[in-house]
Design a protein around this ligand. Structure first.
Ligand SMILES: *Cc1c(COP(=O)(O)O)cnc(C)c1O
Length: 476
């Protein structure tokens, strides 16, 4: 800082070009064409204000301002303003269905369908057979029924909405019996007891956290009971002295008492994952066959599709759900339906699913294949982080994520960054994590056991090339 004298300041200010002159200059023509007069004018005024404030405060770095300098300042400001806030990242967390990173990645068929739906009118609610108004669920419910064995189906915005709508339509002002072992919270703000009260239903808890018996359900049934409900524990596992009442045991009881059983499967898969060596999950079809009257599940977890909540089950109950006013509020848009249909279509050929469905391809990717990727990326990462850090390719375990099968892990491979001097380097690792997160395409890993860990399971070929390119151009 140095003192700019009053006369020097006046001289500097006098040489600042006028706003009118700037806007009319040849240098600004391209900016005006791209961003329009309103935005450019605002950015010019802001840049001039900043310059004046700097000059008045006696900032020695402030010198005379010309149109070219002003143009680069304005251009940078406008470009920054127009950067999308929703940015592509590299998901190297090891969690395939990462809720905070957008869960399922969609197959190309779904991408193409969404593009079409975005740019061309479609028969969203128009019956092409009769020329009359149609129902958007008609586009997709037959396919869902074919794949799940259910009588009827409907789709809403997400699975939380599916549960809310189901309870609102079938159990408002009535009681719903749920085991204490299944009163789960699924991250964010989804808690079964809260959803229950929002839906106007009364939660009737039975059993204990670790053990619930059929007679607990039996004794809780009363004149106010509307539903027996089972909820997939999703993100935690109880082990040890436990007892859960299976759907096979509950449905005969419900039938004998004339009650319906609803199952919130959460992740809901349509195929038996154990055929690919993945942990076994009860499929939606098995749940329907076991006698569930209604099943709710997510579109963007194991199904590998867009964010959506699917409700399948008995025709009369689905009809009731579709008539509820909340259905209108929670309905899906055309982009969701456009993306969901091809994802469901792919499930018709389960033998090809591990190639075609992105989520399943990532989940079943062989550790050896991931190891080769780790070995290819290692030199570029070592270059980018510098010799203070040591980068090695090592085996690690990925997770499915999104509450699916929390205790099971998938053998994977990745890059592990530690301090080269063998120290723990807590702060340096955090700094490195930040540097990677602030790259043009942010690299998201995780710190564990005194190392930054980048699991390469979700890094497929095109992304790998892009990551290597980005790392080559970086240097810590
Ligand atoms: C994930 C999950 C939900 C919420 O589903 P969203 O699609 O995220 O709304 C509800 N119930 C269970 C059991 C879940 O696992």
């Amino acid at each position: 800082m140095s003192d700019v004298s009053g006369s020097e300041l006046r001289a500097l200010m006098a040489r600042v070009p006028s706003v009118e002159k700037v806007m009319a200059s040849a240098e600004f023509a391209a900016l005006l064409a791209e961003y329009g007069r309103t935005q450019v004018l605002g950015a010019v005024r802001e840049a001039l204000d900043t310059w004046r404030a700097g000059a008045q405060s006696g900032d020695a770095s402030v010198s005379a301002l010309d149109v070219a300098q002003l143009k680069s300042a304005v251009e940078a400001a406008l470009r920054k303003r127009h950067e999308s806030r929703l940015r592509s990242v590299f998901n190297l967390t090891g969690t395939v269905l990462h809720t905070n990173l957008g869960r399922a990645l969609l197959p190309d068929e779904a991408v193409q369908a969404v593009m079409k739906a975005l740019t061309q009118p479609a028969n969203l609610e128009f019956d092409l057979g009769t020329g009359k108004r149609g129902d958007r669920d008609d586009l997709i419910d037959e396919l869902i029924c074919e794949l799940t064995g259910a009588e009827a189906a409907t789709v809403v915005n997400n699975n939380a909405a599916a549960v809310l709508l189901t309870l609102s339509a079938l159990a408002s002002k009535k009681e719903v019996i749920v085991s204490r072992g299944e009163l789960v919270e699924i991250g964010g703000a989804f808690r079964i007891p809260d959803i229950m009260s929002r839906a106007g239903a009364k939660l009737r808890e039975v059993g204990t956290t670790n053990r619930t018996h059929l007679k607990d359900y039996e004794e809780a049934i009363g004149p106010q009971t509307a539903l027996l409900m089972k909820v997939h524990a999703s993100n935690y596992a109880i082990s040890g002295f436990t007892k859960e009442v299976s759907l096979d045991e509950i449905t005969p009881l419900a039938q004998a008492r004339g009650l319906a059983v609803a199952v919130d499967l959460g992740s809901g898969t349509l195929v038996d994952l154990s055929q690919w060596g993945l942990p076994r999950e009860t499929t939606v079809r098995e749940t329907v066959e076991a006698g569930a009257d209604l099943v709710t599940f997510s579109g963007d977890k194991l199904l590998g599709g867009p964010q959506a909540g699917l409700i399948v089950g008995r025709r009369d109950l689905i009809a009731k759900i579709k008539k509820h006013p909340l259905k209108r509020a929670l309905r899906v848009g055309k982009l969701t339906l456009a993306a969901l249909e091809p994802v469901l279509q792919l499930h018709r050929a389960p033998e090809r699913l591990t190639e075609r469905l992105t989520t399943l391809r990532l989940l079943t990717r062989a550790a050896d294949d991931i190891r080769l990727a780790a070995e290819r990326v290692q030199p570029a990462l070592q270059h980018a982080v510098g010799e203070r850090y040591a980068v090695t390719a090592e085996p690690m375990f990925s997770q499915i994520g999104s509450g699916a099968l929390p205790v099971d892990v998938l053998p994977s491979y990745g890059l592990v960054v530690r301090m080269a001097d063998g120290k723990r380097g807590g702060r340096q690792l955090l700094a490195l994590e930040k540097m990677l997160r602030e790259m043009a395409r942010p690299v998201i890993g995780r710190i564990a056991e005194d190392a930054l860990r980048l699991d390469l399971r979700c890094l497929e070929a095109a992304d790998e090339a892009q990551l290597v390119e980005q790392l080559k151009g970086a240097r810590a």
